[in-house]
Design a protein around this ligand. Structure first.
Ligand code: GLN
Length: 483
């Protein structure tokens, strides 16, 4: 049963081949048995899951249908879940039980999805390897000595290991697409404003966006359908009708114009990944696509701009964790200043502290113009590059990451070397564009992802291209040995 996709589960439940309760019990048992190798869950929510599964079975018995009704999923542990620990991967929130459900959580629960648990993540979603979590590193099921990517590494490892069919995740600079690439999954970062951020603990508010991680584009369409939509509680949510994503999957790719940016194939890219990317282009050409070289000239400035803007916003967002209102409080504070200092010093891990310091510095008087304002100007140039490219092509294609998953610990002593691995993903966040990563082959037994980018609100186009590719290739069906 654990090999079933969301689409297959929906059919199996509709045909009464199994109940949601049976499926939920089987997957919970599988998680208990296999997750100790991976560490992909921070909390299991067995009681809630069984209660939701029974309720979904009852709704189906009453004639209700729906692709997510009775489907087991998990939430990245930064989506607030009422009465359930919502840790954000941090000691700071280890004791925090959210008083309400995030919009994404509430919408998926209303659609009948069953929450199996909360997945591990980099602390406050800062990272690309899932090694900054207070709850320990997550292992890549394709090779337990390698990282699964981050920050949504728990969601990715769990889905890749067939512990469950799909999970929610978030992407501030690549945290859906990069772990998807590292674990052979399909992951979609929607257009900024497409999925509500209400109840999603903020890292960098102008970049954060929730989205689905699953094995196939077809399943991403199902999960995104349940997540997307306007939310009056999120001031950056966009009031734009949500199309039927599953209906977009089968469009023909005849005449689709694919742009391949020449800047993507610069020095840092593993040549074996470059070959797999070009092989995916050939595959799409067979389906009728036409390919054109394009240029994104400001891409080289994107990493420095992102690593000013994201920490700047984080330093502001994380000021609310002060030992007074949320989460961790130090023992025996001597006075208020001591309470603030020690609660934050003891509650936040080293990567989070580094980002807060960089962000506070970039925003401070005298440096604001030189760093933060400059970075915002670069952000506009990055966006303008994309706008120009999308007058010539329908979709942009390239590698998701310059290298496959690295070994656990390999980049611990040099954070900047990890930041550089975000080179292909962060531009979509800076511009607010939707992006998808899909499986496209292996290097040394480790998965490789191809990234597709589309104009605003063209998630359906991304899913269409990925689905057609997956109808003609079988990379996405490969299962890691031992799972
Ligand atoms: N690796 C990037 C960072 O550390 C992106 C993380 C994310 O998308 N949440 O900021």
């Amino acid at each position: 049963m654990h090999q079933l996709t969301l689409a297959e589960i929906a059919r199996g439940l509709a045909d009464k081949k199994f109940s949601s309760e049976e499926l939920t019990k089987a997957l919970l048992a599988r998680i208990t048995q296999l997750d100790p190798q991976l560490n992909s869950f921070i909390s299991l929510t067995e009681d809630l899951a069984l209660q939701q599964a029974k309720a979904a079975d009852a709704r189906r018995a009453n004639g209700e249908n729906g692709a997510l009704l009775g489907a087991p999923i998990a939430h990245k542990d930064l989506f607030c879940t009422q009465g359930i620990r919502t840790s954000c991967g941090s000691k700071m929130l280890d004791n925090f039980k959210a008083p309400y459900d995030a919009t994404v959580v509430a919408k998926l629960a209303a659609a009948g999805a069953v929450t199996l648990g909360k997945t591990n993540m980099d602390e406050f979603a800062m990272g690309s390897a899932n090694e900054s979590s207070y709850y320990g590193a997550v292992k890549n099921p394709w090779n337990l000595e390698h990282v699964p990517g981050g920050s949504s590494g728990g969601s990715a490892a769990a889905v890749a290991a067939r512990l469950l069919p799909a999970a929610t995740a978030t992407d501030t600079g690549g945290s859906i697409r990069q772990p998807a690439a590292f674990t052979n999954l399909t992951g979609l970062k929607p257009t900024y404003g497409r999925v509500s951020r209400w109840g999603m603990i903020a890292y960098a508010s102008s970049l954060d966006q929730g989205g689905p991680l699953a094995r196939t584009a077809e399943d991403c369409a199902i999960l995104l359908q349940g997540m997307a939509g306007f939310d009056a509680n999120d001031s950056t949510s966009i009031d734009e009708p949500v199309p039927d994503y599953s209906a977009s999957l089968n469009g023909s790719l005849q005449g689709l114009r694919i742009g391949v940016p020449k800047e993507y194939f610069s020095a840092g890219l593993d040549p074996r990944i470059a070959d797999l990317v070009m092989a995916s282009v050939e595959e799409l050409k067979k389906l009728g696509a036409v390919v054109k070289e394009i240029s994104l000239p400001n891409m080289q400035h994107a990493i420095p701009a992102y690593y000013v803007i994201a920490p700047a916003e984080a330093s502001s967002n994380l000021s609310r964790f002060d030992g007074v209102r949320f989460g961790y409080r130090c023992e025996n504070p001597k006075n208020l200043i001591d309470l603030y200092k020690r609660s934050r010093g003891e509650g936040f891990g080293p990567e989070v502290q580094r980002r807060i310091m960089v962000g506070a510095y970039a925003l401070s008087a005298g440096y604001y113009d030189a760093y933060y304002l400059k970075a915002q100007k670069i952000r506009r140039l990055v966006k303008n590059d994309f706008m120009a490219a999308f007058t010539e092509v329908d979709i942009i294609l390239g590698p998701t990451t310059p290298n496959p998953a690295w070994k656990l610990g390999a980049k611990n002593s040099d954070p900047v070397s990890a930041y550089l691995e975000d080179v292909y993903t962060i531009t979509a966040n800076l511009a607010g564009l939707p992006g998808l990563s899909m499986p496209a082959g292996f290097v040394d037994g480790l998965p490789v992802g191809v990234q597709l980018l589309a104009p605003y609100f063209q998630e359906g186009r991304l899913l269409n291209v990925a689905h057609q590719y997956q109808q003609n290739t079988d990379w996405h069906t490969r299962t890691p040995t031992g799972f």
